[in-house]
Write a protein that binds this ligand. Structure first.
Ligand code: ZZB
Length: 263
């Protein structure tokens, strides 16, 4: 799988993260930390409203260069190290800190291209530690899983141990117009398939497949620099722009190691 790795800069760590990271303060001093999310849909980044981590996943914060460090799973940094993402082309992994997903929740980050200047890290039940970076950027307009999860969090913030002010302002942002499902395909598909929560995995897998196909083959961008262009044409351009600006990089995983969330 050829992913685009999106760099989401930490603006403000959650209280819990600050507490847990205190013991690593010497190593983290002066570093910009980025949560790195692997996506197959770079053209949808305009619609990012938050990012998801798995609460039980252990993440590392890894040194990249003088100024930057990346937060992702150890598995992902190993793959990255072999793809020459470190400045000097070395493959040596330098771990600065370790933190659990549940402690990262509530951290405020910058999501490149998003309408929202700062978005929150939130919990998702179905994040796989064995896929991508273990960090998932959330686009509720175009990803049924993201819309269903966000709706769960908005309905039951206490149950999910989050503050309602991290989610109550969030609304899906139209990014892609499709002939059959309008410009908010994920909410529309969740409605049509009667998806009530992130736990409805079978319907979500069906909705995801439709959203991928419809968005890619019939979608027209309705926001940003390539507004009015076909998704097929805009997708590589948005990706190239994000890479050129230093907000993203190419990240790939061997096909055989990729497991889908639906099993
Ligand atoms: C943003 C985005 C916007 C995504 C969209 C999808 C969609 P797939 O679909 O199974 O082949 N993802 C990435 N890593 C993980 C993980 N560790 N655990 C769970 N989900 C993960 O996998 C690729 C997509 O799954 C990625 O692309 C990411 O969400 C998520 F509008 O990034 B995507 C119709 C889908 N639309």
């Amino acid at each position: 799988q050829d992913y685009t790795a999106i760099k989401m800069k930490v603006l403000d760590w959650s209280a819990k993260a600050q507490e847990k990271l205190a013991e690593y303060s010497d190593k983290l001093k002066g570093k910009n930390v980025f949560l790195v999310a692997a996506t197959l849909r770079p053209e949808t980044m305009y619609g990012q409203t938050n990012c998801f981590v798995g609460t039980h996943i252990t993440y590392g914060i890894y040194n990249i260069n003088e100024t930057d460090a990346y937060l992702c799973t150890e598995r992902a940094i190993r793959n990255m190290s072999m793809q020459k993402i470190f400045a000097d082309g070395s493959t040596t992994i330098d771990k600065l800190a370790e933190i659990q997903g549940e402690d990262v929740v509530g951290t405020q980050i910058h999501a490149p291209l998003s309408n929202y200047p700062g978005v929150y890290v939130l919990p998702m039940e179905n994040v796989l530690a064995t896929k991508g970076t273990g960090v998932v950027t959330s686009v509720p307009s175009d990803s049924p899983d993201d819309f269903a999860t966000l709706t769960d969090l908005q309905k039951k913030p206490d149950y999910y141990h989050i503050k309602s002010e991290w989610v109550n302002f969030v609304e899906p942002i139209p990014v892609i117009e499709t002939p059959t499902y309008g410009n908010l395909i994920a909410p529309r598909l969740c409605e049509l398939k009667k998806i009530n929560s992130q736990k409805d995995k079978n319907q979500l897998a069906e909705a995801k497949e439709i959203a991928y196909k419809e968005g890619f083959y019939n979608g027209i961008m309705c926001v940003g620099k390539y507004s009015g262009e076909k998704v097929q044409d805009a997708k590589p351009k948005v990706r190239a722009d994000l890479i050129a600006s230093g907000e993203a990089f190419a990240y790939s995983e061997p096909e055989s190691l990729v497991m889908s969330r639906s099993g």
